[in-house]
Design a protein around this ligand. Structure first.
Ligand code: F6P
Length: 379
């Protein structure tokens, strides 16, 4: 097999397990042939676009990926280049023009860098925004040089919202971190007989909120995809019901994205006031229900990766390396996991169907409606 040169970058929100994925791609490529070379780009697409003082490490050896498998975050750094996305609709014609100019500047620099480095393929470890950005650069590369550059996506985001894979690297760790936070909250609100709202990560999709809420025994969950779930009056109704059922303490899990979709940037604080001031809750308990808002934020995204995430990262890393080494037609692809089997999708199918949101008929919603407090709960 001819010697190949493969680039690796991590992009978008960091996710626990990204380091294990980098290591797996490196090891697999070198295992196939030690003559192959790996280039590591720093701070995501910024490294590719030459925006840093040191943009990449050429031809790394195994010492560069030593002692990283257990570490959270990404040791090569990550970043976002928003201008690689399509211009947002809200922009004026002039702003749109400026955005597209910037986009061309970025892709111009990136394709020249890629050419000079002599890369055959890039493995991009991240979410759908990063995949789209890399695919745009690959398209510009082909237009400029007439030969394709293989892009291989490896799904890694705590949000778990990428179409074509049941799990993305980082989700399991973030879920465990969030459930751990819920258990700690439970100890203290149980002691004081209070209510706690935990705002969790998830901007457009509520997967962390839904899974952590079910696994952590929440009374109710507020999801961006389900308007009834974050309607203040309906949330209050469920709290009233829990108060009537003599709950000792009440946990509400709220995905951060509901603040945006509801148009209520302070929805968490509003809910605290509504619950504390509600006459029916007061009457049911014989006292106001003290309610505290907590935000887990980046604490869910950090920390050492779970065994599941590291194993997933290793499996997807090996698959991504194999895809990067394929002669193929150069079309961009993503590796994923479906029914515990590694699959390969055209990247276009992934980006056009992502983010993967919670659907009305999702089985997890049925589980939630069976286990969480319901307004018309029969028992
Ligand atoms: O990694 C995905 C995610 O964590 C989203 O849940 C969140 O909205 C977003 O990234 C925030 O990331 P940052 O603050 O790094 O831009």
């Amino acid at each position: 097999m001819a010697k190949k040169r493969i680039g690796i970058l991590t992009s978008g929100g960091d996710a626990p397990g990204m380091n294990a994925a980098i290591r797996a791609v490196f090891r697999r490529v070198k295992m196939v042939s030690p003559a192959h070379e790996i280039v590591l780009f720093h701070e995501g697409l910024n490294g590719l676009a030459g925006r840093l003082q040191v943009n990449f490490d050429r031809n790394i050896d195994r010492s560069r990926v030593r002692d990283i498998i257990h570490r959270g975050g990404t040791f090569i750094g990550t970043g976002r280049l928003v201008e690689l996305a399509d211009p947002p609709e809200r922009l004026t014609a002039a702003e749109r023009e400026a955005w597209l100019r910037k986009q061309r500047e970025i892709t111009d620099v990136a394709v020249v860098n890629l050419r000079q480095l002599g890369l055959d393929a890039i493995v991009v470890i991240g979410g759908d925004g990063s995949f789209k950005g890399c695919a745009r650069i690959a398209q510009a590369y082909e237009e400029r040089f007439g030969s394709p550059l293989r892009v291989v996506g490896l799904p890694a985001t705590i949000d778990n919202d990428i179409w074509g894979t049941e799990f993305s690297v980082g989700f399991d760790t973030a879920l465990n971190n969030t459930v751990d936070a819920l258990r700690k909250l439970r100890d203290t609100i149980d002691s004081h007989r209070r209510c706690a709202i935990l705002e969790v990560m998830g901007n457009t999709s509520g997967w962390i909120a839904l899974c952590a809420g079910i696994a952590g025994g929440a009374a109710t969950i507020m999801l961006p995809e389900v308007p009834d779930s974050y309607d203040p009056e309906q949330v209050l109704e469920r709290i009233r019901r829990a108060a009537h059922m003599d709950y000792r303490y009440i946990i509400v899990v709220m995905a951060e994205g509901v603040r945006k979709v509801s148009g209520r940037p302070h929805l968490g604080e509003e809910m605290c006031r509504l619950i504390e001031d509600d006459p029916e809750v007061r009457e049911a308990l014989g006292r106001p229900l003290e309610t505290r808002l907590n935000t887990i934020g980046y604490l869910a995204r950090g920390g050492h990766p779970s065994a599941f995430d590291n194993l997933l990262a290793c499996r997807l890393g090996v698959a991504a390396a194999d895809q990067a080494l394929l002669p193929g037609d150069g079309r961009p692809v993503m590796v994923g996991l479906v029914s515990n089997v590694i699959v390969v999708h055209p990247l276009e199918a992934v980006t056009s169907q992502s983010p993967r949101l919670i659907r009305e008929d999702d089985e997890l919603l049925r589980v939630a409606s069976s286990l969480l407090v319901q307004q018309d709960q029969p028992f």
